[in-house]
Design a protein around this ligand. Structure first.
Ligand SMILES: [Zn+2]
Ligand SMILES: [Zn+2]
Ligand SMILES: [Zn+2]
Length: 446
């Protein structure tokens, strides 16, 4: 009899993950008063004796099914912070709230897709087209297509400021940190309050996501909201208006800067946000609604630097820079990261480790504590739901949670084999996933 090549359990536990973590082990449920073993889950009965567990990556380039779960969860938590739900009161929709885009400055002219209305405009028309010291004309009259490979590439790579671009990426998290501190101070000042008094009346909440532009620099999109003193469930004070918030953001964004250290052949420089600052109100019926913004942020939460044509993994010593399968523009960024990474003044930026991200080592999506619910709470809700379903289906016994001891013993047993992906997917198409496993903690429920 042919053996079933498809570990059906793999599908139901790993939720379609393409690179599952394989675990071996067991979970015992023990009666706390008698010491009696009530229930045992063991991977011995799983195909191959292994339990595949979803990798849970947020990155769509690594595992699309897991990234989709992450995207959907991010959408839920971002939206809850805009219009309520999942325990956040609906009144949060009345709090002053804006969607801000903080960009990077220019590090040299690049090919760009420019439009006005429906019309595509010329990339960089200059009647008196100057040429650079390398003999390259610093103008481009082409009307580029949206998918033109040259978009984001410099007109002259020799002139392009790769040092500035890499340092901007590396210091972007610090720029953001300073921005939030300055914004609180600015808001307090505009309301005529001290910092302490501000905290007793209002609270600043935000959720932000980093997005790479094709030219290789990150910029940030952020939802910034003003609440009452304890967060979304308290009413903001009367002075907390949309226009006060907008003005304060504009003032704070333009005020902050980071001075980089001077190193050998790298003079100190002052980094700021780019001149393009976009601040738009988020309202239930306006141009930017809760669903548009949540959809936008969730989409970018699953992306990394792939649009810049870089690598999806770290550059190691074994890699020869010339042989990396990357765009030349990305290669020059990576080379600059490796060069600056050798200088002691930039050691804390860990540029060698983050060369594949062109210098950016920050988190892709972050939020302040009181913004909304957390991804963890969404996952915990899902685990409870799945456990209840498993109990209802008779797969696991209903146990008294306060008198039952749960003893888990898990061992890492490797990574799912990529060649089996096709088989897994084929199986997923023919057999509907069964209920999730019983046993707590259920590593398969995410
Ligand atoms: Zn996965
Ligand atoms: Zn062009
Ligand atoms: Zn040049």
């Amino acid at each position: 009899m042919p053996t079933d090549p498809v570990p059906a359990g793999a599908i139901r536990h790993a939720g379609g993950c393409l690179q599952p973590v394989l675990l071996r082990g067991r979970v015992d449920h023990i009666d706390g008063s008698t010491g009696e073993l009530i229930h045992r889950y063991t991977t011995v009965h799983e195909p191959g004796g292994l339990l595949p567990v979803a990798c849970k990556t947020r990155r769509a380039s690594r595992c699309a099914p897991c990234a989709e779960v992450y995207r959907a969860d991010t959408y839920q938590l971002i939206r809850a912070g805009l219009s309520g739900g999942k325990g956040v009161p609906a009144e949060v929709a009345d709090h002053p709230c804006v969607f801000v885009t903080l960009t990077a400055p220019s590090f040299g002219p690049v090919h760009a897709w420019r439009v006005r209305g429906d019309r595509v405009l010329a990339c960089r028309p200059r009647r008196k087209g100057r040429t650079c010291p390398h003999g390259v004309r610093l103008s481009c009259n082409e009307k580029h297509a949206r998918d033109d490979d040259r978009l984001g590439e410099p007109l002259c790579p020799e002139c392009y400021d790769y040092t500035g671009s890499v340092l901007f990426n590396a210091y972007a998290p610090e720029l953001w940190r300073r921005f939030t501190i300055t914004l609180r101070r600015t808001l307090a000042h505009r309301a005529g309050l001290t910092g302490k008094a501000f905290a007793t009346q209002a609270r600043l909440s935000y959720a932000k996501v980093a997005e790479y532009q094709r030219r290789g620099v990150v910029h940030f999109h952020a939802i910034v909201r003003l609440d009452g003193p304890t967060g979304p469930s308290t009413v903001p004070p009367a002075w907390a208006t949309l226009s006060l918030l907008t003005d304060a953001i504009s003032q704070a964004a333009r005020a902050i800067q980071v001075r980089t250290p001077a190193a050998s052949h790298v003079p100190s420089r002052t980094l700021t946000w780019g001149g393009q600052l976009d601040i738009r109100p988020v309202t239930p019926t306006g141009e930017l609604t809760d669903t548009t913004v949540a959809g936008y942020v969730a989409k970018y939460a699953t992306k990394a630097a792939e649009c810049t044509g870089t690598l999806d993994r770290r550059v190691t010593q074994a890699n020869h820079l010339d042989e990396l399968p990357v765009r030349d523009h990305a290669r020059r960024h990576i080379a600059e990261c490796l060069r600056l990474g050798r200088l002691p003044q930039f050691a804390d930026l860990r540029l060698t480790a983050w060369a594949h991200m062109l210098g950016f080592r920050g988190h892709f999506s972050t939020k302040s504590r009181a913004y909304s619910i957390t991804l963890g709470s969404l996952r915990a809700d899902r685990a409870v739901y799945q456990r209840e379903r498993a109990i209802a289906a008779g797969l696991v016994p209903a146990l008294e949670s306060d008198t039952t001891l749960v003893v888990a013993d898990w061992h890492f047993a490797g990574r799912g084999d990529p060649p089996s992906i096709a088989a897994l997917l084929a199986a997923a198409a023919v057999s509907a996933p069964a209920s999730p496993p019983g046993g707590v903690p259920c590593p398969g429920s995410y």
